[in-house]
Ligand binder design. Structure first.
Ligand code: ZN
Length: 222
């Protein structure tokens, strides 16, 4: 039963052996992209769309794959993907996390957060499907390289930091840590560890634990 054919993780259409996860065509295209990114210093969806003349969905899958394989870094707020090899990144292109524009204030999150810490509403922990998590705004953080490195280090060691979310209309709203959210998203995680402020409902949640006492607040400076 072990000779199942599966589909290429990038194009989702070519059949491949179970032992591979990418088809030969996609592999060649990704190698080409890798070369052109190195030359140009960065890439974007439109650049790849123009270069490969394939659908946007296909472009996104290729980019996601390259981020997952750590060929590219997750996109910055302008949608630019830089090579993940440090020596190829121009320092002037890296924006520092602090001192940039701040995300819009989510009053509800702040209120629930305070209430949960004071024990006025219950808090839980659980794994939430990424499609069940909705960022509060379109804000894209200016993530520093040091922050990305730090989180990747944690992910590698199996230490997955939790996001704070609250339930709303069968979804979970996230406004607490856009950096972390987008790193998870572009690293291909399907379920994210979350502290839930309030009573969770809906189909997106698993491994629910609680009510729990929320961890003490600690600032982490990177
Ligand atoms: Zn393929």
């Amino acid at each position: 039963m072990n000779n199942n054919t599966t589909f290429c993780v990038v194009c989702k259409t070519s059949k491949i052996n179970e032992s591979d996860n990418i088809c030969a065509d996609c592999l060649i295209q990704i190698k080409d992209l890798e070369e052109s990114v190195k030359k140009a210093g960065y890439t974007t969806w439109p650049i790849i769309h123009e270069e490969l003349r394939v659908s946007y969905a296909s472009v996104i899958r290729k980019l996601d794959y390259m981020v997952k394989k750590k060929i590219l870094l997750p996109p910055d707020k302008n949608g630019k993907y830089f090579p993940a090899i440090k020596t190829n990144i121009k320092l002037s292109d890296i924006k520092v996390k602090f001192g940039g524009k701040n995300p819009p204030k989510d009053k509800k999150c702040i209120e629930l957060f305070m209430k949960a810490h004071q024990g006025q509403i219950p808090a839980y922990w659980g794994m939430i499907d990424i499609e069940g998590i909705k960022p509060f705004s379109n804000y894209r953080p200016e993530t520093s390289q040091a922050f990305i490195d730090n989180i990747h280090q944690k992910l590698k060691s199996g230490d997955l930091p939790s996001l704070y979310v609250y339930p709303e209309n069968k979804l979970f709203i996230m406004s607490d840590d856009y950096n972390l959210y987008y790193i998870y998203l572009y690293s291909g995680y399907k379920k994210l560890p979350c502290f839930i402020l309030g009573e969770p409902t809906g189909k997106y949640i698993s491994d629910l634990t609680g009510p729990i006492k929320l961890p003490k607040l600690e600032a982490e400076v990177i």
